[in-house]
Ligand binder design. Structure first.
Ligand code: GLY
Length: 565
């Protein structure tokens, strides 16, 4: 039974009670006794916290956080995208919700190829044809319907107020809005609420009355407020303008799906994570199984020996990702085999400690990767001990860059996560096979890895990050940093990351974060090293032995914030 709570005004409490991390003490995150919300934006974390203080649970807080991110973090927070949730109730029940986008009914296998069979650059990335059927609104409302305590009106009001009255944009959003200013105009052929003549500056107020109206329709009519009525009509009319494929039938038929979580272990910890159509969970569990064949604790944190073994483990796991995985409604996947000890022993226990294995020996191919850090993640633990990890995305920053006219939100470009042609890389440099080919109503393969870690029957961590193909390796390294190298949550989040994804046969290291002698030693084993400005934006929670809760936002890579009490 839902507790009836009066609508509360956002603006007063948002600014009055905002709890932020002290960046002068980055070794430990925000410590609280009762509850925690960690997200990519202070206003979103605060909206989640206020839902908890108003008598809500982790699921109410997730809805408040998600819809607020759609307003204040439009790069990746969304109504027009999709995502995955992994949760654990305080009685030990675990579950996941898949609200991944789907290919429209009219989608075809070769829709991004020209008449000669060549993939047309950017066709699956920018503009109306890149859009999959949005899943986020259905997903978040399902979560609320099943587990929420507060009225929807209460938890949506902060997002509505922020869209209607505006919010002072942070430095990151100002920079990204300016970066894509010309593209927004080219794609939409008009000014949108996200554009203005001059450049945006930090502190400028972004008001989006259209988005406030859409959120109000969702508040008043639930799912029908988005998938039917004027919002649905606006989505379809927008899609038609740019020769997109979305129809009312697509919106009617969209359904998020409850799925059984994937559960594995690593050194007496239980790892609860996302099954396909995300490749994240299975690849993470394979890498953790592979790590059990080596004593990475003994070989030491960020030594050449440890990093070499982890690169080799990552390389081998990503080869399977590319080959076998897709939407379970369309593809038979050998999940039991991929997770069996015998299979993983044969796959991971043969690492040569003194030599890199060329990726071509694992599988053939040669592709390039493009740096990309889109998507967003938030983690929540409530005062009753319920936890939820949600990773949600428009795919690229601002998705397809298409803004639904009159409704004020971006549509995703998730179609690029399909294989436009077997063997041809997507924006993350990931290649896949027929398992991830485009088919009507199929869900595209993802790397999103929302994860919960238990120890001795209790929640130990709630984890996740954006970062496209690098998501899985960032979550993997964060888990190893805490379990093998006894880091605090904040240390593990801050820790420099590296990434190998089988192809291209390269290892990406965060620039300026690894000593040159260490890099020289790794290169001497045969690894080809390249640099990335940043890998991941982890938003994580850890419960310590004394019961204190540590919220660890990725303050070194983003303007993320932990809010708790
Ligand atoms: N769009 C990124 C992912 O789903 O992995």
């Amino acid at each position: 039974m839902k507790i009836q709570i009066l609508l509360f005004s956002i603006t007063a409490w948002l600014y009055a009670s905002c709890t932020t991390i002290d960046t002068t003490q980055p070794e430990t995150g925000l410590l609280t006794k009762n509850a925690m919300v960690v997200s990519a934006h202070s206003l979103a974390s605060e909206a989640g916290k206020q839902a908890l203080l108003a008598g809500g649970n982790a699921f109410d807080a997730a809805v408040a956080t998600h819809f607020t991110l759609a307003v204040v973090y439009p790069q990746a927070g969304n109504l027009g995208g999709g995502g995955f949730a992994v949760y654990r109730l305080n009685d030990g029940e675990i579950g996941t919700l898949d609200f991944r986008e789907k290919a429209p009914l009219a989608a075809t296998k070769n829709m991004y190829q020209d008449s000669t069979g060549q993939v047309v650059p950017n066709k699956s990335l920018v503009g109306h044809l890149a859009v999959g059927v949005p899943g986020s609104v259905d997903g978040l409302l399902k979560i609320h319907e099943k587990y929420g305590l507060l009225p929807l009106a209460t938890i949506l009001q902060p997002a509505i107020d922020l869209a209607k009255n505006g919010h002072a944009i942070n430095k990151t959003l100002a920079k990204e809005l300016n970066r894509f200013k010309t593209t927004f105009l080219q794609v939409n052929q008009r000014q949108t609420p996200y554009s203005k003549e001059e450049n945006w500056n930090q502190g400028d107020t972004l008001i989006n009355q259209d988005l406030a109206k859409t959120l109000t329709a969702i508040r008043d009519y639930g799912r029908s407020g988005f998938y039917k009525g004027w919002v649905a009509a606006s989505i379809i009319s927008e899609s038609k303008k740019g020769h997109g494929l979305l129809t009312q039938a697509d919106l009617n038929r969209y359904e998020s799906k409850w799925r059984k979580p994937l559960v594995g272990t690593y050194k007496n910890h239980k790892i609860i994570t996302m099954p396909p159509p995300s490749a994240g969970g299975i690849t993470l569990l394979q890498m953790l199984q592979g790590s059990e064949f080596y004593d990475l604790e003994k070989s030491g944190y960020n030594t050449s020996e440890t990093i070499h073994k982890m690169i080799e483990i990552e390389r081998r796991a990503y080869a399977d990702r590319s080959t076998y995985l897709g939407d379970p409604a369309f593809v038979e996947m050998p999940l039991d085999r991929l997770l069996s000890t015998a299979y993983n022993q044969s796959k991971f226990s043969n690492i040569d400690p003194s030599l890199a294995t060329p990726s071509s020996q694992i599988k053939e191919g040669q592709v390039e990767v493009i740096e990309s850090m889109e998507t967003t993640h938030f983690s929540i633990l409530d005062q009753a001990g319920n936890a939820i990890a949600i990773t949600t995305t428009l795919n690229s920053y601002f998705g397809s860059k298409v803004v639904v006219q009159g409704a004020g939100f971006f549509l995703n470009n998730e179609m690029d996560d399909f294989s436009a042609k077997p063997g041809v890389p997507n924006q993350f440099g990931l290649i896949s096979t027929a398992a991830n080919a485009i088919e009507p109503e199929k869900r595209m393969l993802s790397s999103m890895t929302p994860t919960i870690v238990e120890k001795e029957g209790k929640i130990k961590m709630v984890l996740g990050t954006p970062g496209g193909s690098t998501i899985i390796t960032s979550v993997y390294q964060t888990i190893l940093n805490t379990i093998d190298h006894q880091m605090t949550m904040q240390q593990a989040v801050n820790a420099p990351k590296f990434h190998s994804q089988w192809l291209p046969d390269k290892v990406y290291f965060e620039q300026g974060k690894f000593d040159q002698p260490l890099l020289d030693s790794i290169a001497s084993l045969g690894h080809q090293i390249e640099f990335r400005k940043a890998l991941g934006k982890l938003e994580c929670i850890m419960v310590h032995k004394d019961g204190s809760i540590e919220g660890a936002p990725d303050i070194t890579r983003n303007e993320s914030v932990a809010a708790g009490f």
